[in-house]
Design a protein around this ligand. Structure first.
Ligand code: CAA
Length: 241
């Protein structure tokens, strides 16, 4: 049996690694993306994974996207909410737009994606929802009041939905990556990375996207059936909970 998995933000960065790992494990994968057509087409050509464009910050777009995936691939059994953006700046300089963009894309997207899939999962008595949060939702970070708030919100959402969904055979978990070598981390000024971040990672290195993908693969598997409402941290020891 080949399960259908949707990965939001699934064509680049951590999401790309997750999409590829799920495909490698035999899932039928739909990789959502928000705007970068060129990267998505390159990803599709290289992986033969189906790509779907919609905006995760819009409920109507997510509902339509879910409908399109289910019509083409079948009922969604695994949902990985990975799409996210940063608008880093000190709070005293943050604009309402920088706040709203990050909250809508990183946090409201969980409502927008989970709501259209949850009824089907409940009816079929099976589901795996995996939310990609962040170390900075656990510990906070200078320059990220918007991002830290959204990522901490994801953890509360995960625990509440896990409690509601357990009796329907649906598990809901979060993965908290630390600093992973992706385009998002490359945007951090090198001096900030060298002075304020790398020295605080006991393993002394950035993580690789594939290391997060392996966490997701485990949580999606039948073997992880006892685990729900959990937060799996993969951060090189930078923050221990
Ligand atoms: N702790 C305490 N104070 C800090 C600090 C820290 N970690 N970092 C900076 N500050 C202080 C500075 O010392 C400075 O203080 P003074 O004004 O008294 O000198 C003040 O904050 C402003 O610092 P900057 O000069 O760096 O200000 P800036 O406006 O040029 O840049 C910033 C601010 C945008 C936040 C920049 O420091 C930055 O990009 N930091 C990295 C933020 C970060 O870690 N983002 C993660 C992106 S990756 C991601 O989000 C993925 C994930 O999930 C991990």
């Amino acid at each position: 049996m080949s399960r259908v998995a949707v990965v939001t933000g699934g064509t680049r960065g951590i999401g790309e690694a997750i999409s590829k790992a799920l495909k490698g494990a035999g899932y039928k994968v739909a990789a959502n993306y928000g705007g970068n057509d060129e990267a998505a087409q390159k990803f599709k050509a290289a992986t033969a994974i189906a790509v779907y464009k919609w905006d995760v910050s819009s409920y109507d777009s997510c509902a339509a996207g879910v409908k399109a995936v289910e019509a083409e691939l079948g009922p969604i059994e695994v949902l990985v909410n990975n799409a996210g953006v940063t608008r880093d700046t000190m709070f005293h300089r943050m604009t309402p737009e920088q706040w709203t963009t990050v909250i809508n894309t990183n946090l409201s997207s969980l409502f927008n994606m989970c709501r259209p899939v949850i009824e089907g999962m409940r009816a079929r008595k099976f589901g795996r929802i995996i939310n990609i949060s962040s170390i900075n939702g656990q510990k906070g970070q200078v320059g990220q009041t918007n991002y830290s708030a959204a990522k901490a919100g994801e953890l509360g959402f995960t625990k509440a939905l896990a409690q509601e969904s357990a009796k329907s055979g649906i598990t809901v978990n979060a993965v908290c990556p630390g600093y992973i070598a992706t385009e998002m981390v490359k945007k951090i000024p090198q001096d900030v990375l060298d002075k304020s971040i790398l020295p605080y990672i006991p393993l002394g290195r950035l993580g690789e996207p594939e290391e997060i993908a392996r966490c997701v693969l485990f949580l999606a598997s039948d073997e992880a059936g006892l685990i729900t409402g959990s937060t799996l941290s993969a951060n090189g020891g930078q923050f221990m909970v």
